[in-house]
Design a binder for this molecule. Structure first.
Ligand SMILES: *[C@@H]1O[C@H](CO)[C@@H](O)[C@H](O)[C@H]1NC(C)=O
Ligand SMILES: *[C@@H]1O[C@H](CO)[C@@H](O)[C@H](O)[C@H]1NC(C)=O
Ligand SMILES: *[C@@H]1O[C@H](CO)[C@@H](O)[C@H](O)[C@H]1NC(C)=O
Ligand SMILES: *[C@@H]1O[C@H](CO)[C@@H](O)[C@H](O)[C@H]1NC(C)=O
Ligand SMILES: *[C@@H]1O[C@H](CO)[C@@H](O)[C@H](O)[C@H]1NC(C)=O
Ligand SMILES: *[C@@H]1O[C@H](CO)[C@@H](O)[C@H](O)[C@H]1NC(C)=O
Ligand SMILES: *[C@@H]1O[C@H](CO)[C@@H](O)[C@H](O)[C@H]1NC(C)=O
Ligand SMILES: *[C@@H]1O[C@H](CO)[C@@H](O)[C@H](O)[C@H]1NC(C)=O
Ligand SMILES: *[C@@H]1O[C@H](CO)[C@@H](O)[C@H](O)[C@H]1NC(C)=O
Length: 391
């Protein structure tokens, strides 16, 4: 244990200055059954109130059961949260209901300067929820960051969330590195990472096979870099769905580089409702490999969550300056490149460069489809580009 901690602390600063707050010293049992959340909150309170440089709350290599818990700031220093053990959520819908939380398992709120690391695991025990229609259950996240800034998380595993595994809501300056996020294929609404109203996000070197979107980017977002992410099984990386409430969308400066989409339902996707306004612009997808992906490249401006369909409108979200560079691999769909843009507001300045998509089925051809999509193509483009050149 001590060796592990020393390893973690190296690079942070002088080990002698670091003050540790071990949950076991606050009465946690770590037997996977006893509710240890009071002990965790006491340890957090002392960590958060410590005036030493970068105090560290330590969750040792044991199994802890917690009720839904919020770790609230602001704290007096930047704090570290070292998860070496396992955190178990309530075991099913009945247990959650008794605990009266409809939002999350673990939450950090109003914390500025947070380093979560370790080799630990957060187990959302979501299985019991996945069979219940999502209309009847709350959107429970395994890990929620709310109105927090300067957040760093590395080498944490998060599995089996009831719904979204990690939510970023109203945060700034976030760095995730080396995360492992997993839920079975087909588990509903279990996005890996959902980003909402948040700026400056860097997600690097992570595996996300969460059954739903690997990363989904909601409204009011700018400056997101997603690099070296392996995605699947699940739905792919999605910008959207956006504009569902007729709102003015504002999403910009999104970069997805060095990604692998393995058996995903979609790949690089932008989806908006017909009711949306505003814009999505300055988006880059580059150096991406597809292995048997559903819709490798897709813009869908006719997204509609309603089984009865959505009526046409006379507005649309303006999509512009989206580049797709060095993307290759196999497509399950016959339409491998699908730019289905709004009939009211054209997609402009779409750039394709060095694209080679082939069918997952040997001998079958794939095609491109364009609806009101403008831009240009360079280099090898397979299937052939259908973009309208600029007028
Ligand atoms: C939280 O920590 C502060 C300062 O260390 C202390 O005064 C207070 O009693 C603690 N509160 C709880 C609920 O433990
Ligand atoms: C949940 O709410 C019910 C009804 O308001 C209350 O009786 C119960 O004590 C609450 N349970 C917890 C764990 O707070
Ligand atoms: C994204 O990458 C670019 C360089 O390609 C860099 O300038 C920018 O600061 C990065 N943004 C974030 C949020 O990491
Ligand atoms: C991102 O991850 C890649 C691959 O693991 C690594 O080579 C690179 O150094 C990382 N980038 C940063 C800025 O940490
Ligand atoms: C959209 O977001 C950009 C970047 O965050 C910002 O500069 C701009 O003012 C926003 N526009 C609107 C209409 O909110
Ligand atoms: C793709 O997914 C399959 C099935 O999960 C797995 O066996 C294979 O190793 C993955 N390939 C890569 C390159 O990750
Ligand atoms: C297009 O988007 C890229 C980011 O992908 C940005 O660097 C570039 O400045 C944008 N071009 C225009 C004309 O805005
Ligand atoms: C484009 O969207 C419309 C409306 O949902 C749909 O009918 C059509 O099939 C889509 N086109 C392609 C190529 O997916
Ligand atoms: C596209 O990829 C296929 C399958 O890997 C390969 O056989 C073909 O030569 C490539 N086409 C080009 C133009 O690079």
């Amino acid at each position: 244990m001590i060796l592990v901690l020393v390893t973690i602390i190296c690079g942070i600063g002088e080990a002698a200055q670091v003050e540790y707050f071990n949950v076991m010293d606050y009465g946690a049992k770590g037997d996977a059954i006893t509710d240890d959340s009071v002990a965790f909150l006491k340890a957090w309170n002392d960590t958060c109130n410590s005036e030493t440089d970068e105090p560290t709350m330590v969750i040792p290599r044991r199994q802890f059961f917690l009720r839904p818990t919020t770790f609230r700031g602001p704290c007096k220093s930047k704090v570290h949260f070292a998860i070496l053990g396992v955190l178990f959520a309530p075991s099913g819908p009945k247990e959650w209901k008794e605990l009266n939380d409809t939002v999350k398992f673990i939450e950090f709120e109003y914390v500025n300067g947070l380093y979560i690391h370790g080799v630990g695991l957060i187990n959302g025990r979501g299985k019991g929820w996945w069979d219940i229609s999502c209309r009847y259950h709350p959107d429970l996240k395994a890990l929620r960051f709310h109105k927090s800034n300067d957040i760093h998380m590395s080498q944490i595993r998060i599995i089996d969330s009831p719904q979204t595994h990690i939510l970023l809501l109203g945060c700034n300056d976030v760095e995730f590195e080396g995360l492992f996020i997993k839920s079975p294929d087909g588990s509903p609404n279990t996005d890996g990472i959902h980003i909402q109203a948040t700026n400056n996000v860097f997600i690097n070197s992570s595996f996300i096979g969460s059954g739903d979107d690997c990363v989904s980017i909601g409204d009011g977002i700018s400056n997101v870099n997603i690099t070296y992410v392996t995605c699947g099984p699940g739905h792919g990386i999605s910008i959207g769905s956006l504009g569902g409430s007729g709102n003015v969308v504002n999403v910009s400066n999104i970069h997805v580089r060095h990604a692998i989409f393995n058996g995903t339902q979609n790949g690089a996707r932008i989806k908006t409702y017909q009711t949306g306004r505003g814009e999505v612009r300055d988006v880059e997808f580059s150096d991406i490999k597809f292995i048997d992906a559903g819709n490798p490249i897709i813009i869908d401006q006719y997204y509609c969550g309603n089984p009865n369909g959505c009526p046409p409108t006379n507005v649309g979200v303006q999509i512009s300056n989206v580049s797709y560079t060095d993307m290759y691999g196999t497509s399950k769909a016959d339409v491998a490149v699908n730019f289905n843009c709004s009939g009211n507001v054209a997609c402009t300045d779409i750039k394709l460069e060095n694209i080679n998509l082939t069918s997952s089925t040997i001998g079958k051809q794939v095609t491109s489809s364009c609806n009101n999509a403008y831009g240009e193509a360079k280099g090898t483009i397979e299937p052939k580009s259908c973009l309208n050149s600029k007028t």
